[in-house]
Design a protein. Structure first.
Length: 138
């Protein structure tokens, strides 16, 4: 079976994405590890440093909480406050929202200093999503 140029490029991107993602998992911040503990405590099915291929690029998010929630969680530190990263984050978030994902963002400081508040916000968001999905099934 002969592959098209598009299929070859996509496979190369996917291979690179897997390698890159593996390096990020090893270099997670303290806030990301704390948030992962919160997700485990809630018993959610999630993927840390999940990679997504878009037609033009690829994106890596801090956490992807699987179906039925389809929720992406970003834990942002100081580097996300620069103008360049702000624009990139805005583009990334708008792409995921167009694809039907919900996006939730927390600051590193909030995760580290106020875990209970972060957990309440996450539970509130998950409850809201679950209720909407129930309403859609009627």
């Amino acid at each position: 079976m002969k592959l098209t140029k598009y299929q070859i490029r996509r496979r190369i991107k996917a291979r690179f994405l897997r390698r890159f993602r593996g390096g990020l998992i090893k270099k997670r911040t303290k806030a990301e590890r704390v948030f992962e503990d919160i997700l485990k405590k809630l018993g959610l099915d999630f993927i840390p440093q999940a990679g997504f291929l878009s037609p033009k690029s690829f994106y890596i998010v801090d956490f992807y909480i699987k179906s039925p929630y389809k929720l992406i969680v970003e834990i942002d530190g100081e580097n996300h406050r620069t103008n360049k990263n702000y624009i990139y984050d805005k583009k990334k978030i708008s792409y995921f929202r167009r694809c039907g994902f919900r996006v939730l963002k927390f600051l590193n400081d909030n995760v580290l200093n106020d875990k209970e508040k972060v957990q309440r916000q996450l539970c509130y968001c998950l409850g809201k999503i679950k209720n909407k999905s129930r309403l859609g099934k009627r």
